[in-house]
Design a protein. Structure first.
Length: 96
């Protein structure tokens, strides 16, 4: 049987994420100097679009990936805590 990861392991992984950004990066087209990009995200119920200079594209991609990893890890953390909670509640029930 495969050992279940401890919730603390997820928290350590989350703490190692250095950069995060919501939204997505959209390639908008090409100019003679190269492609240009916009960053789209929801803020206060509205779609906000920002121009991204080419030299910041790689960093923004990393930050968006960091946020996606954060979401994945927090879901896994919650799933494990819920599983443990349910297991402990089942064990505490009186035998019929």
């Amino acid at each position: 049987m495969k050992a279940k990861p401890k919730p603390e392991a997820f928290l350590k992984q989350i703490a190692r994420i250095q950069d995060m950004e919501r939204g997505k990066l959209c390639r908008m087209g090409a100019r003679p100097a190269g492609a240009y990009y916009n960053h789209q995200t929801w803020e206060k119920g509205r779609n906000v679009v920002r121009y991204v200079p080419r030299q910041r594209v790689a960093h923004l991609q990393k930050a968006i990936a960091g946020y996606q990893q954060y979401l994945k890890l927090t879901k896994a953390y919650a799933d494990e805590v819920i599983r443990r909670t349910r297991q402990s509640q089942t064990q505490k029930l009186p035998k019929p």
